[in-house]
Design a protein around this ligand. Structure first.
Ligand code: ADP
Ligand code: MG
Length: 614
C-alpha cells in the first residue's frame, strides 16, 4: 500500500514565505519615513505645498508626540481619493517610471500617509473644490475606523495624535519634548522660507512660534521667520549659468554669526544637507567674514533633477551631487565674486567724493581722475610711476607687494585709466603716525581710522597674487641649491599627484624617491626660510578639505593665495610713512578692502560722534 506522499522539508520551506499584510508593511515603512515628529510635519507640509496651498497652519503639542495638526487651503481630495490616499503606493503625483526623471512635486512615493496612519491615531478631513461637503476618515494604528461626510471649507486638515503609541520601541527613541519641538520648528521655518508666497504659521501648545503672511520675497520672509536682526545682515545673491542657478541671501562682508547653524542650503527648493555645498560656501566666504565667525546664508541651488540623487535616504535631508566638481566651482566663483562686489560697494561709502575737502597734506598721487582734486603734494603710487624712481626700491623692500606687477598696470599711463573710487580715498586721510608697530592712524573727515598694517598687506598681496596668476605674470626663481625635504606618507602621496599645481604657482617640486621631495625653484615673492613648511602646510590644507587641485582649481588656487599672503605679511619688514600711505591707497582699490584673506578686519573707524560721547 502506498503511503501518502510526505511533505519534503523544501516544500515546507517554500510555504513559509508570506506577503506581509499592508498594515505591517506600513509600520515597517513608517520606521523609515517617520523617524520622529518633525518628519511627520515635513511630510504633511510638503503635501500641502504640493496641493498648491496658499495658507498652511501647523499646530503641535508636547513635542509632537501628543498631537500634530496641519491644515491647508489647497486643492483638497474628493471622497474616493481620501480613502485611496491611505493606500500604500497611492499617489497622484507619478504615473509611470518615465515621470521619475522629471518630478516637480515633493512627494511621489505614496508612502507618507499610510505610514503615518499606521503608527498613530490619524484623522484626515478634506474637501475638494466643487464638492458640497468634505470627507473625514479616522484611522487607528492602520485600521480604518470610520468615514463620514463633514461640512468644511475647501482644503485639507490632518491630525496625527499619539504618535508611536502602538510602537513603544520607537517611542523610546524620541528625545525630550524640547528637542523634538526644536526639530519641528526648524523644519517649518526652512519650508516657510522656501515658499515666501504661502502664508504660514506654527504654534505649539497654544503659543505662536512664528506666523508670517504671504511675503513679496525671500528677504521679507526671512525677517518674519528668522527675525529682522538676521535678515538685516544678509544681501541678495543671484548667479546663473546653463543648467545651474544659485540665488538667495548671504551675509554681507564684515558680518558673521557665532555658529554655522544659520547656513542653509536648498536644492530645487528642498532644504538639504550636503558637505560639498556647505564646505564650499565656508571656504569661499572666509576672507570676507570676521575670523572665528561664520556666514549666514539661505542659498537655493536650481539644478537639473537628474544631476541630483535625492534618494540617499527617504526622509533625511542629505543629497548627493552627480558632478560635485562643477557645482563646487560654480558656487565658489559665484560667492567669491558676489562678496567682492558687496565689499567694494560698502567701501565706496567711505570714499564718496566730498564737496570741500579740508586742508590735507596728502593728495592723490598721479594726475587725478574725474572728481578728484589736483594733488598738492604728490605721492606717487610706486608701481604705476614710469621710469626708475626711488619709490620702486621701496616697493621691492616691502615684501607684501609682489615684485612682479601685472603688465597692464605697468604699461598703461595712469592718467588714462579711470581712477578707481578707492584710489582717491587716502587723499582725504591725514597720516597721524604708527602705534605699536602694526597700527597706522589716520584722521579722516568722519573721525579716526586705525589700519592694521599686516592685515592690509595680506589683503593687498592676496589680490595682487591672484591677479598675477590670472595674467600669467607670476615669476619663479631658480634655486642654486635645491632643497630636500620629506613628508608623512599620506601627504607625500597628495603632493606627488599635484606637483603640476605647485609648479603653476611657482614652486618647482619634484619627487625624490620614497616620501622625499626636492624643491628646485620658488616663486619670486617668497622671502625668508621655511619653504618646506610652507609647502607642507599647503598640502595639509588640500588634504584637509579633500580638494583635488586638478579639478577644484579655483579653490586650490585660493587656498594657496591665502597661505602666501599670510606668509608675505609675516615676513615683511616694518614700513615707513611713504610705504604705509602707498599701502593704504592700494588697499582702498582692492576688491575687498575690509578684511584680510583670513577675515581679520583691515581697519576700523571711530566716528567723531563716538569720540565726543566717550
Ligand atoms: P505622495 O506625496 O508621495 O504622493 P502621500 O502619502 O504623502 O504620498 O500622499 C498621498 C496622496 O494623497 C498624494 O499623492 C495626494 O494626492 C493626496 N494628498 C495628501 N495630502 C494632501 C493635501 N494636503 N491636499 C491634497 N491632497 C493630498
Ligand atoms: Mg507626500
Amino acid at each position: 500500500m502506498l503511503k501518502a506522499p510526505v511533505q519534503t522539508p523544501e516544500k515546507q520551506a517554500a510555504s513559509r514565505i508570506r506577503i506581509l499584510p499592508d498594515r505591517v508593511a506600513n509600520q515597517i515603512a513608517a520606521g523609515e519615513v517617520v523617524e520622529r515628529p518633525a518628519a511627520v510635519v515635513k511630510e504633511l507640509v510638503e503635501n500641502s505645498l504640493d496641493a498648491g496651498a496658499s495658507r498652511i497652519d501647523v499646530y503641535f503639542e508636547d513635542g509632537g508626540r501628543r498631537l500634530i495638526r496641519v491644515e491647508d487651503d489647497g486643492c483638497g481630495m474628493c471622497p474616493d481619493d481620501v480613502l485611496l490616499a491611505l493606500e500604500r503606493h497611492a499617489t497622484s503625483k507619478l504615473r509611470d517610471a518615465a515621470d521619475l526623471n522629471a518630478i516637480h512635486s515633493f512627494g511621489f512615493r505614496g508612502e507618507a500617509l499610510p505610514s503615518i496612519a499606521s503608527v498613530s491615531r490619524f484623522t484626515l478631513r478634506s474637501r475638494a473644490e466643487g464638492w458640497a461637503e468634505g470627507t473625514e476618515v479616522t484611522v487607528h494604528s492602520g485600521r480604518v475606523n470610520d468615514t463620514r461626510a463633514v461640512g468644511m471649507a475647501a482644503g485639507t486638515r490632518i491630525e496625527v495624535a499619539h504618535l508611536f503609541e502602538s510602537v513603544p520601541a520607537r517611542r523610546k527613541f524620541l528625545k525630550s519634548d524640547r528637542t523634538e519641538s526644536a526639530h519641528i520648528a526648524l523644519c517649518c521655518r526652512l519650508l516657510a522660507v522656501a515658499h515666501p508666497g504661502v502664508s504660514f504659521s506654527l504654534s505649539e501648545n497654544g503659543r505662536t512660534v512664528f506666523r508670517s503672511p504671504a511675503c513679496p520675497g525671500l528677504s521679507e520672509r526671512v525677517a518674519e521667520v528668522f527675525g529682522r536682526e538676521l535678515a538685516a545682515e544678509l544681501r541678495p545673491i543671484e548667479v546663473s549659468r546653463p543648467g545651474l542657478r544659485l540665488s538667495g541671501l548671504i551675509s554681507r562682508p564684515g558680518q558673521g554669526r557665532a555658529t554655522r547653524s544659520e547656513l542653509f542650503w536648498y536644492a530645487n527648493e528642498r532644504p538639504v544637507e550636503n558637505r560639498v555645498l556647505s564646505g564650499t560656501l565656508l571656504e569661499a566666504a572666509k576672507g570676507f567674514i570676521p575670523r572665528g565667525r561664520f556666514p549666514a546664508a539661505f542659498l537655493f541651488l536650481d539644478i537639473q533633477p537628474d544631476a541630483l540623487d535625492v534618494n540617499v535616504h527617504p526622509t533625511k535631508r542629505e543629497i548627493r551631487l552627480r558632478d560635485e566638481t562643477s557645482v563646487r566651482n560654480f558656487v565658489a566663483e559665484a560667492v567669491l565674486n558676489r562678496m567682492e562686489e558687496l565689499a567694494r560697494e560698502s567701501s565706496q561709502r567711505l570714499s564718496a567724493p566730498i564737496e570741500n575737502p579740508g586742508p590735507s597734506a596728502l593728495r592723490p598721487a598721479v594726475t587725478p581722475g574725474p572728481g578728484v582734486r589736483p594733488a598738492a603734494r604728490t605721492l606717487a603710487e610706486p608701481d604705476r610711476t614710469p621710469g626708475p624712481q626711488p619709490a620702486r626700491d621701496t616697493v621691492q623692500r616691502m615684501p607684501a607687494t609682489l615684485p612682479v606687477r601685472p603688465p597692464v598696470a605697468a604699461t598703461n599711463a595712469p592718467a588714462k585709466r579711470p581712477c578707481p573710487a578707492g584710489d582717491a580715498l587716502p587723499s582725504r586721510w591725514r597720516y597721524l603716525g604708527t602705534a605699536h608697530g602694526n597700527f597706522v592712524l589716520f584722521e579722516t573727515p568722519d573721525g579716526l581710522l586705525c589700519l592694521n598694517r599686516t592685515a592690509a598687506q595680506s589683503r593687498v598681496f592676496y589680490e595682487d597674487y591672484l591677479q598675477s596668476l590670472r595674467e600669467g605674470s607670476l615669476l619663479a626663481q631658480q634655486l642654486l641649491f635645491p632643497r630636500l625635504f620629506e613628508l608623512p606618507p599620506l601627504l607625500a602621496d597628495i603632493l606627488e599627484r599635484h606637483t603640476d599645481f605647485f609648479r603653476a604657482n611657482g614652486f618647482g617640486v619634484e619627487s625624490f624617491g620614497g616620501d622625499s621631495f626636492r624643491v628646485t625653484s620658488l616663486p619670486a615673492w617668497f622671502e625668508g626660510e621655511g619653504c618646506e613648511d610652507f609647502i607642507k602646510e599647503a598640502v595639509e590644507r588640500i588634504a584637509e578639505n579633500g580638494m583635488r587641485p586638478d579639478r577644484d582649481a579655483e579653490l586650490a588656487r585660493d587656498t594657496l593665495a591665502r597661505l602666501a599672503s599670510a606668509h608675505a605679511a609675516r615676513t615683511s619688514a616694518p614700513a615707513d610713512e611713504m610705504e604705509v600711505l602707498a599701502l593704504a591707497r592700494r588697499l582702498m582699490s582692492c576688491k575687498n578692502p575690509l578684511a584680510d584673506p583670513r577675515g581679520r578686519p583691515t581697519y576700523f573707524e571711530l566716528s567723531r560722534g563716538e569720540m565726543e560721547k566717550r
